[in-house]
Design a protein around this ligand. Structure first.
Ligand code: RFL
Ligand code: PHB
Length: 390
């Protein structure tokens, strides 16, 4: 088999890259190690920046998003019982859209199938090869047979645990990492959300986030110890703990019900530099991870592939400037999102090691936000997302 761009991974980064390249007339094949149902079963992001929504429009995959996505003009922070609304629209003129990663992925998969584009699922032992020369290719095993895809370029969109970054020689790569001493326990339930906008809450008992997927489906998170297990939490225990961490007037609105998903995610900041190695490019979680507090992970993945699709289309139009600048351009924006996600995580969580001094600094930061339009604007402009060229 031969194509122009071989994409590893059918998560949001790989699927959106495939759709954008197809729009630009660049042939591509996606090779994914899991089944489509497995990919759709992962409950992850919920908030899309305008840059991401614009890229989905550009790819021709935004009709359901436009009909069903919930535009949000603001969100709330709470510190104990105190609440502060961040008015995104008034502070930045922009908004975010609440639409689940599962739905984005489903729309991209349907679009890909309708366009007749090749996606190989359940590929075993995927290996990128020849990326440092001029004959890149992917090999994998399927049904006991060795398969091979020759390409001009390989796009590593295979997430944090993927094979592309792992294949690179250690000397070619610099990595930066911060692991946080807690995780997020998430619950999805078919109950109306506690508030019409998201609430990011700091309480004495730890962080909580009240989010949603629709007017009838809520998504909640609780900061939890790293060694906690979802099976250790009954639904009743989860709802009781959530009610203790939400501001009391929001907790009074809580509607409980059976959970339809419960999982724990560790929190990590990670960047690998550079994001290009000869004819191999990294994009999305394959190159960087942010803690979910700023809702930046999926949005960064979309921004990366927006830049990469443009760069590859330019290559086939005769200019290599885009692919030569891809890594530096993407990383400049990635580091700003890393900073913001780290800052927002640091403000809102209980840290076991910073004691009362750390807690007082968090309190002072919250008070500063309450009293300063400048501080609120800085938060809001990062939350709605920096422009693609930032
Ligand atoms: P993905 O989604 O991990 O997809 C990578 C794909 O590659 C496949 N793969 C391989 N395929 C072939 N060969 C191999 N050797 C392979 N190894 C792996 C995998 O099976 C998979 O299908 O990465 P991608 O596409 O870069 O997308 C990144 C996003 O998924 C991620 O950043 C977000 O989910 C992060 N995130 C959030 N981001 C936001 O923008 N807003 C949010 O509100 C938000 N909330 C979250 C989140 C992540 C969370 N968790 C669980 C980590 C909330 C949570 C709880
Ligand atoms: C979610 O709805 O899953 C969600 C929303 C905002 C975040 C993280 C996750 O910051």
């Amino acid at each position: 088999m031969r194509t122009q761009v071989a994409i590893v991974g059918a998560g949001p980064a790989g699927l959106l890259l495939g759709a954008l390249l197809h729009r630009a007339g660049v042939a591509n094949v996606i090779v994914e190690q899991r089944s489509a149902d497995y990919v759709l079963g992962r409950i992850r992001a919920g908030v899309l920046e305008q840059v991401t929504v614009d890229l989905l429009h550009e790819a021709g995959v935004a009709s359901r998003l436009q009909a069903e996505g919930l535009p949000h003009d603001g969100f709330e922070l709470s510190f104990g019982a105190e609440r502060l609304r961040i008015d995104l629209r008034a502070l930045t003129g922009r908004r975010v859209t609440v639409y689940g990663q599962t739905e984005v992925t489903r729309d991209l998969m349907a679009h890909r199938a309708a366009a007749g584009l090749a996606t190989v699922y359940e590929a075993e032992q995927v290996q990128p090869q020849g990326w440092d020369g001029d004959r890149p290719r992917l090999t994998w095993r399927q049904g006991g047979a060795e398969q091979r895809l020759d390409a001009d370029f390989i796009a590593g969109c295979d997430g944090f645990h993927g094979v592309c970054r792992a294949t690179l020689p250690a000397a070619a790569l610099r990595t930066f990492e911060k692991v946080y001493p807690f995780g997020w326990l998430g619950v999805l339930a078919d109950t109306p959300p506690v508030n019409h906008e998201l609430i990011y809450g700091r309480s004495e008992r730890g962080f909580t986030l009240a989010s949603m997927r629709s007017a009838t489906r809520s998504r909640y998170y609780l900061q939890c110890p790293l060694d906690d297990r979802p099976e250790a939490w009954s639904d009743e225990a989860f709802w009781a703990e959530l009610a203790r961490r939400l501001p009391p007037d929001a907790a009074a609105q809580l509607v409980t019900g059976a959970s339809i998903e419960k999982s724990i995610a560790p929190l990590r900041s990670f960047v690998a530099e550079p994001m290009r190695f000869g004819r191999l490019f990294l994009a999305g979680d394959a190159a960087h991870i942010v803690p979910p507090t700023g809702a930046k992970g999926l949005n960064l993945a979309a921004a990366d592939v927006g830049l990469l699709a443009r760069a590859l289309a330019e290559h086939y139009g005769g200019s290599d400037a885009g692919i030569d600048h891809y890594s530096a351009r993407a990383l400049a924006r990635v580091w700003k999102a890393e900073r913001f996600s780290w800052w927002f995580t640091s403000l809102m969580h209980r840290f076991p090691d910073t004691g009362e001094f750390g807690a007082r600094l968090q309190r002072a930061e919250f008070d500063y936000l309450c009293g300063s339009t400048a501080a609120q604007t800085a938060l809001a402009e990062n939350y709605v997302g920096l422009p693609l060229g930032a």
